[in-house]
Write a protein that binds this ligand. Structure first.
Ligand code: SAM
Length: 438
């Protein structure tokens, strides 16, 4: 069959015998032989893989990885980096039109992001500095197959950053059933942390012996305990950041700086303003924007994860320009007599924004929610506080578009949308939206 346009999720849409097919490993316009892999709910749609290309699109390339067709770690290795960015541009454009009624300008295009440690590299490979692999019954680690628990241990993964090589992630034997987290931080050696699953008892346990040299076993269910994953030092916005080895940090080495640059440009914070960073992680956006203003920007970081909050507190305290500022970590609604310049609040964002006075006097908001988006209650509460600018960082264009629809209905307009290719060889795309009162 000839497949049509690309859809959210990375597959091309095709039609046959009155049914819709979602075809992986194809490019729009290609004529391919497909193999049906799954019948969707009530037979309304089919999932399929292109197994033979009869007429290739100009953007096709030979996948650099021998297991590209079976591994869930990449789904667009068959597209050149340029073709893949063009597809992402089309997906974002369609999502905003369909779910938010917003037509992006013709100039909108998803941009490549360089790895400062590998300048000039543009093969879309070698960018993943952190993540987790599953271990199969044979003790070999790999990503899982798409929509499956099967582990694809091909012994090679060109998506992994070359700095991870000394860990031997794919060469070593790991405890079967384990989950192997890995990180190549900006500073210090790369490492792996192993959570050992017990296939018989169904419990997770720790095995120091199982981890071996260069890796560390981690006891599941022991937050703060001996088995806690260590912190690593990342680098962004000209300063170091303490991050848990398995905590949230952008995986592409150029991502954090690129995102901070866009958020800073869009919000242009001024002395005396108040910035609220929602889903703050270890404080990347709030603290980066505060630093040049030497305490003259009041910042509230709101984050739900205990460890990330602790590290955000440490990052705020070790921030050279902010070291003289008062800084507090709060849980719940405790208030200090003097409002600190950097305030780290551990709370679910959806509950915190509903608290009386939480967003009072806010000038600037950063929203960087997980994949599902912030949701209408959060964006409506933010819009009701009337900040002069909002930067929304999104890793799912459809979730972003839904939230943009809600925020547009609350009196905000999209000023600019930036698309960044932070996950080459996959269909994933990062966007940063600048919103201002309509
Ligand atoms: C995409 S990450 C962004 C982190 C940070 N802005 C950064 O760039 O490093 C999303 C963060 O939101 C946190 N999170 C997820 N759901 C949350 C919720 N309902 N309330 C508060 N924080 C939440 C996660 O722990 C994670 O740190």
């Amino acid at each position: 069959m000839t497949v049509g346009a690309v859809a959210h999720g990375g597959h091309c849409v095709a039609r046959a015998a009155g049914r819709v097919l979602f075809v992986r490993h194809a490019l729009p316009g290609e004529r391919v032989v497909v193999e049906v892999t799954e019948v969707g709910r009530r037979g309304r749609f089919l999932r399929a893989d292109a197994v033979e290309v009869l007429e290739a699109a100009p953007g096709r390339r030979e996948p650099p990885c021998p297991v590209a067709a079976s591994c869930g770690g990449c789904d667009w290795q068959h597209a050149t980096p340029e073709a893949s960015r063009a597809l992402k541009t089309a997906v974002v454009r369609e999502a905003l039109e369909r779910f938010a009624g917003i037509t992006l300008p013709a100039s909108f295009a998803v941009a490549a992001v360089a790895d400062p440690g590998q300048p000039g590299r543009d093969d879309g490979l070698g960018w993943r500095t952190r993540g987790a692999l599953a271990v199969g019954v044979d003790g070999r680690a790999g990503f899982r197959a798409p929509r499956s628990h099967a582990v694809v241990a091909g012994g090679t993964c060109p998506q992994l950053h070359p700095a991870l090589a000394p860990v031997g992630l794919l060469e070593r034997a790991w405890p079967p059933g384990a989950r192997v987290g890995f990180v190549a931080p900006a500073q210090g050696p790369p490492s792996a942390h192993v959570r050992v699953g017990d296939p018989v008892q169904g419990r997770a346990g720790a095995s120091r012996a199982a981890a071996g040299a260069g890796a560390r076993a981690v006891g599941a269910g022991s937050p703060g305990g001996e088995g806690e994953v260590p912190t690593v030092v990342e680098w962004a916005a000209g300063r170091p950041w303490q991050v848990a080895a398995d905590g949230f940090w952008q995986v592409h080495p150029g991502a954090a700086d690129a995102l901070v640059g866009h958020v800073r440009r869009m919000l242009a914070p001024a002395p005396g303003e108040r910035l609220v960073d929602l889903y703050a992680g270890v404080g990347l956006f709030g603290l980066s924007l505060a630093a040049p203003l030497h305490g003259a920007l009041r910042v509230t970081l709101v984050e739900g994860d205990r460890r990330a909050c602790e590290l955000a507190g440490r990052n705020a305290a070790s921030d050279p320009p902010a070291s003289s500022q008062r800084q507090a970590i709060r849980t719940g609604d405790a208030t200090s007599a003097q409002a600190p310049a950097v305030d780290v609040v551990r709370a679910p964002v959806d509950r915190w924004v509903g608290r009386r006075g939480a967003l009072d006097g806010v000038d600037l908001v950063v929203l960087d929610p997980p994949r599902a988006g912030a949701g209408p209650a959060v964006v409506e509460a933010v819009a009701a506080a009337r900040p002069r600018a909002i930067a929304y960082v999104a890793c799912d264009p459809v979730a972003l578009a839904r939230d943009l629809a809600a925020i547009s209905a609350s009196g905000y307009r999209l000023v600019e949308l930036v698309g960044l290719d932070l996950f080459p060889t996959t269909h994933h795309v990062e966007c940063v939206a600048h919103l201002a009162p309509a």
